[in-house]
Design a protein around this ligand. Structure first.
Ligand code: NAD
Ligand code: DAU
Length: 332
C-alpha cells in the first residue's frame, strides 16, 4: 500500500483528488490542511477511516511538515491561497502559503528523498487575446498578472530549481479552471448558482467576454494521478479538456438550466488587471502519458454541479453571507 501526503486535501480540488485516490487506488492518504476559510472537513466525510488521516496544520511549518513527509512515499501539493480577488485586497497570505509553504515542502522532500508533485495553474502564463489561434503550451513564457498567479509562478520556479540544483524527484502540472462539487462560493460558477438559488441575479464582471478553459475537477484528478505514476521527473504537464467558454456563455447555461431567462444578468465592476483568455494545449499529457478527459459534455457537467449545490445548501449556506459581504465592499 502506497502512502501519499496530500496538502490542501480539504479544499475544493484537493478533496476531490482524495476521493479519487480512495476510489481508484489502494493508497493510504494523509491530508495536511490548515482548514482555512476555503475548506471544510465535511468534504472528507464518508471516506473510510482506515484509508484517510487528516492532520490540521500549516505547510509553512517545517516542524509539522518534516515528520509527515518522512512517513510517506510521495507528496501531492495542492495547498494554496487560490482566489485572485482575495489576492488583490490582501496579497501577504499568498506569499506566505504559496511561496514559503512550497519552499518548506521542497526542503522536506529534499531531505527525505521523496517523490513530489506540484499542482499549479495555467495563470502563470498570463493571458491570450480572444482571437489568438495559439494556446498555452509547456514552453509558453511565464507572464503572471495577479498577486495570486505571480506567487504560483514563483512556486513553480522553486520546484524547477530544487529539481535541477538538488535532484528532487518532482513533476509540475498547470491546469485550467476547474468546476464541480465542493468549490467555495467565492468562485465564479458556485457564486452564480448560489446567487440564483438565493433569489438574486448572477453577476458578471466587466463585459462578460473573458474566456476560461473549463475542466471537471474529476478529470484534473485523473490527470494528476497519471502524472504522479507515469510522468517523467523534472517535467511540466499542462492539463486541460478543450473547454473554452466566455463567462457570459457560462452564465447563460446556468440561467437556462435553472429555468430562467438566459440574459437576466447583473453586470458589476470589473476585476483590476482581469486576464482576458486562458486556453490549454494538453497534447503532451495526452500523447506522452495517454491521458484523456472523461467529462466532455459541459452542459451536463454544469447541470450535475447545479444539482449538487441545490442538494448541499447546508454545506455552502454558512459561507454565503460573509462572501457576498466581501464582494459588496469591492463593488462586485
Ligand atoms: P481551495 O482554496 O479550494 O483550497 C485550498 C486548500 O489549501 C484549502 O483546503 C486550505 O485550507 C488549504 N490551505 C491554504 N493554506 C494552507 C496552509 N498554509 N497550510 C495548509 N493548508 C493550507 O483551492 P483549490 O481551488 O482547490 O486549488 C487547489 C490547488 O489547485 C491550488 O494550488 C491552485 O493553485 C491549484 N489550481 C486551482 C485551479 C482552480 O480552478 N480552482 C486550477 C488550476 C490549479
Ligand atoms: O485558471 C486556473 C485558475 O482558475 C486557478 O488557478 C484559480 O485558483 C481559480 O480561482 C481560477 O481563477 P479565475 O480568476 O479564472 O476564477 P474565478 O472563479 O475567480 O473567475 C472566473 C471568471 O469569472 C473570471 O473571468 C472572473 C469572472 N467572474 C468571477 C466572479 C467571482 C465574474 O464574472 N463574476 C463573479 O462573480
Amino acid at each position: 500500500m502506497r502512502k501519499i501526503l496530500v496538502t490542501g486535501g480539504a479544499g475544493f480540488i484537493g478533496s476531490n483528488f482524495v476521493h479519487h485516490l480512495v476510489n481508484h487506488t489502494d493508497d493510504h492518504v494523509t491530508v495536511l490542511d490548515k482548514l482555512t476559510y476555503a475548506s471544510t472537513e465535511e468534504s472528507l466525510v464518508g471516506l473510510p477511516k482506515d484509508r484517510i488521516h487528516l492532520v490540521v496544520g500549516d505547510i509553512a511549518d517545517a516542524a509539522t511538515v518534516d515528520p509527515l513527509v518522512a512517513e510517506v512515499d510521495a507528496v501531492v501539493h495542492y495547498a494554496a491561497e487560490s482566489h485572485n480577488d482575495n489576492s488583490l485586497s490582501d496579497p501577504l497570505p499568498f506569499l506566505q502559503t504559496n511561496i514559503i509553504g512550497t519552499y518548506t515542502l521542497l526542503e522536506a522532500v529534499r531531505k527525505r528523498e521523496k517523490r513530489f508533485h506540484h499542482v499549479s495553474t495555467d495563470e502563470v502564463y498570463g493571458d491570450l487575446e480572444l482571437d489568438d489561434p495559439e494556446r498555452f503550451t509547456e514552453s509558453t513564457p511565464y507572464n503572471p498578472s495577479s498577486p495570486y498567479s505571480s506567487t504560483k509562478a514563483g512556486s513553480d520556479l522553486l520546484v524547477r530549481a530544487w529539481v535541477r540544483s538538488f535532484g528532487v524527484q518532482a513533476t509540475i502540472s498547470n491546469c485550467s479552471n476547474n468546476y464541480g462539487p465542493w468549490q467555495h462560493v467565492e468562485k465564479f460558477i458556485p457564486r452564480q448558482i448560489t446567487e440564483i438559488l438565493e433569489g438574486r441575479r448572477p453577476r458578471l464582471y466587466g463585459d462578460g467576454l473573458n474566456v476560461r478553459d473549463w475542466i471537471h475537477t474529476e478529470d484534473h484528478s485523473s490527470a494528476v494521478l497519471t502524472i504522479l505514476e507515469t510522468g517523467r521527473i523534472g517535467e511540466t504537464y499542462l492539463i486541460g479538456a478543450d473547454g473554452e467558454k466566455s463567462n457570459v456563455e457560462v452564465v447563460r447555461a446556468i440561467n437556462t438550466y435553472l429555468g430562467r431567462d438566459a440574459e437576466d444578468i447583473e453586470w458589476v465592476k470589473d476585476r483590476p488587471g482581469h486576464d482576458l483568455r486562458y486556453a490549454i494545449d494538453s497534447t503532451k499529457l495526452r500523447e506522452e502519458l495517454g491521458w484523456t478527459p472523461s467529462f466532455q459534455d459541459f452542459e451536463q457537467g454544469i447541470a450535475d454541479t447545479i444539482d449538487w449545490y441545490r442538494e448541499n445548501q447546508a454545506w455552502w449556506g454558512p459561507h454565503k453571507h460573509e462572501t457576498e459581504a466581501k464582494y459588496a465592499a469591492k463593488g462586485h
